[in-house]
Ligand binder design. Structure first.
Ligand code: ADP
Length: 473
């Protein structure tokens, strides 16, 4: 089964080569046929000229003199006279005057004899001697005198030269065919590559555009062709996408901002109410639980605002060198407290200083969110380990647990905002933790990878570029 090439370039080359092959084959066939026909016509013309000259001579009575053999030889040369010409009587028998016994005979077909009786010439292709592979053209002419056929003159000429010329041409064409095909395939490949080079550039540029950097555009080819139009259309689409992304981001920032004040007021009023001695115990219980919810909402609003300011690069301070090992050290006590409350063991491995450029409060959130998740989702008795090392010019932070793991289909969506694997079972979170982690990683120009096996645990691996001074040290 023929497999279609998967690239447009491959398909264009295949078409190009296919069409050129078909044209080459047609051209070859036509030239072989035309050459064959032309050469055969030449042979027939020569036969006609020779045959008519003989028939004319035979008509003269003086032709059959005593030295007839000599005159034939002087007329047509020994070759023709001996082998390719004969004189027959009207019934097709050798004329005894010019046919010494033992001379080889040219064949006379029934059709040729019949035609000769009627005074008509016949042209045939025969094999001589019969059964061999040597083809001859045979002209059988009647020599007429006074309206009656007096003699029959068969004249033959070898087709050897015609066949040789035809097979040489065919051989040359067959030898040339693979070379021509290879050259045309290479040419096709080269042309397709040149024509499609702007597509590759556009693909590369489009690949670099992500939701977070929609401000980038696809470079439009300088020509005014279809590809330039495609680039323009794609860029228009990106423009619209960017506008709607910015609007959506702005909306969530605005909404979070609007929620901030009423939540603060709500929290303040609840705390005042709780402090009042008159509130009955039932109401107090409800107020405490409401306060917890308000705190959760406050946290959510703060996360949303933080994320919005990171995504629009609107952080108030410039980045500065941060020692990640110190960040881990700072997070360790809170994490071990959380872990012991959850009945887990958490270990933050001590590490030598690793300097990255960024924001210490955000990097703290990054470590904390990842480790908090690991502690939260690992059943009691689990083990959580946070490690930091320097590898190939990058800081590598890993948060490992031996918890339930994350299913492959969930792994793709886990960093989306508000995505939770099982909202019914999972408690307090709201699905923003990992989205925030990803935003922090992107802000620090790093990468985050998750490897997880269901039932065996998860490992979040964050790679961050080192601070320039640390990297060159
Ligand atoms: P949440 O605030 O609900 O924890 P996250 O964005 O932090 O939201 O996490 C999204 C989902 O990823 C969680 O609902 C949880 O199912 C899953 N998850 C995150 N970390 C782990 C982990 N270490 N082990 C298992 N599941 C995890």
């Amino acid at each position: 089964m023929i497999r279609h090439p998967s690239t447009l370039r491959g398909r264009l080359t295949l078409w190009y080569t296919g069409i050129l092959t078909a044209m080459f084959a047609l051209l070859a066939l036509t030239s072989v046929i035309l050459l064959d026909r032309g050469l055969r016509n030449n042979v027939d013309d020569s036969l006609n000229t020779v045959g008519r000259a003989i028939a004319d001579s035979v008509r003269r009575p003086s032709f059959f003199g005593p030295d007839i053999e000599d005159s034939l030889q002087s007329m047509f040369g020994p070759e023709l006279a001996q082998r390719f010409f004969q004189l027959l009587d009207p019934f097709g028998r050798p004329d005894p005057r010019v046919a010494p016994p033992g001379r080889s005979r040219l064949p006379l077909s029934a059709v040729a004899l019949r035609n000769a009786e009627k005074g008509e010439a016949t042209l045939e292709t025969v094999r001589l001697p019969p059964g061999s592979n040597k083809s001859f053209r045979l002209l059988t002419l009647p020599a007429m005198r006074n309206g009656a056929t007096r003699n029959i003159v068969p004249v033959a000429m070898a087709l050897e030269n015609v066949e040789y010329a035809r097979s040489s041409l065919l051989f040359t064409l067959l030898m040339l065919a693979p070379v021509a095909l290879a050259v045309s395939a290479l040419g096709g490949w080269f042309l397709a590559r040149r024509a499609l080079a702007p597509v590759d550039t556009m693909v590369e540029a489009a690949r670099r555009i992500e939701a977070e950097n929609l401000a980038k555009r696809i470079p439009a080819p300088t020509s005014e062709d279809e590809l330039a139009r495609l680039a323009a259309v794609l860029n228009d689409m990106l423009e619209r996408l960017e506008r709607s992304f910015v609007a959506a981001r702005q909306f969530s920032a605005d909404a979070a901002h609007e929620l901030r004040t009423p939540l603060t007021i709500l929290k303040g009023e609840m705390e005042v109410a709780l402090r009042s001695a008159q509130a009955p115990v039932e109401i107090r219980k409800t107020l405490v639980s409401c306060l917890e919810e308000v705190d959760r909402l406050n946290g959510l609003v703060e996360d949303l605002l933080l994320m919005a300011s990171m995504e629009s690069n609107a952080l108030s301070m410039p980045p500065k060198p941060v020692n990640l090992a110190e960040v881990l050290e700072d997070a360790a006590p809170a994490l071990s407290e959380l872990a012991s409350r959850a009945g887990n063991y958490s270990k933050v491995a001590p590490a030598p200083p690793v300097w990255v450029e960024g924001y210490d409060s955000l990097l703290f959130r990054l470590v904390f969110n990842l480790a908090e998740n690991a502690i939260k989702y690992t059943p009691r008795g689990g083990r959580i380990e946070v490690t930091l090392e320097q590898q190939n010019g990058s800081a590598v932070l890993q948060v490992k647990d031996n918890g339930p793991g994350i299913a492959a289909e969930a792994q793709e969506r886990i960093f989306d905002r508000f995505y939770r694997v099982d909202p019914a079972r999972e408690g307090s979170g709201c699905g923003l933790g990992l989205a925030l982690v990803r935003s922090i990683v992107q802000l620090h120009k790093g990468e985050i990878r998750l490897s997880s096996t269901l039932g065996a645990g998860s490992c979040f691996r964050v790679t961050l570029p080192l601070a320039p001074a640390a990297a060159s040290a």
